[in-house]
Design a protein around this ligand. Structure first.
Ligand SMILES: [Cu+2]
Length: 167
């Protein structure tokens, strides 16, 4: 009898141990497999009456799983809204549309740059001037939010013409 109880307990311990190993390896994997990095992040400086601004960045998925950006936001003291945009050519006209989600495969890098994909701030509360830093929060479906500091750089001629007059 004593012996039987002993072997049952032993079996239970073994199961707990197995479960423990499984769980810890799962959490370990979850921590290591998703990692993103942002670089070259900046907004173009705006003129004093501007109500919108365009920003750019490079996003790399360093992990082993696909990540999906579900949205971005900035402080309400900077602008009313922030979204990811894409510039498209339609019947010789340049227009923009919102990118609702953005997905990056493992190892993929996406560059948002002038004339193509960009961040659009709308309802700008104050002009963006050089030396300012704007924090942008990136939200992911499967990764913790990332807050990235964007610097403000002097606006280039081409982007001032191709981006700002559509908003
Ligand atoms: Cu836009």
């Amino acid at each position: 009898m004593d012996n039987q109880i002993h072997s049952v307990t032993k079996l239970m311990w073994r199961r707990f141990f197995l479960l423990f190993i499984l769980c810890s390896s799962f959490f370990c994997k979850a921590q290591q497999s998703t990692s993103v990095s942002l670089s070259d992040s900046y907004f173009s400086a705006t003129f004093s009456m501007a109500t919108s601004a365009a920003g750019y960045f490079t996003l790399t998925n360093n992990g082993s799983e696909r990540v999906v950006v579900t949205g971005i936001s900035v402080s309400s003291t900077i602008a009313k809204g922030a979204s990811l945009h894409e510039t498209i050519m339609q019947d010789d006209m340049v227009s923009m549309r919102s990118l609702h989600t953005l997905s990056l495969d493992a190892g993929q890098t996406i560059r948002f740059q002038a004339g193509a994909k960009h961040i659009m701030l709308t309802g700008l509360k104050k002009p963006l001037t050089e030396q300012m830093t704007v924090e942008v929060t990136f939200l992911f479906a499967d990764h913790p939010a990332v807050i990235q500091a964007f610097e403000v750089r002097p606006a280039g001629q081409s982007e001032a013409m191709s981006q700002h007059n559509h908003h």
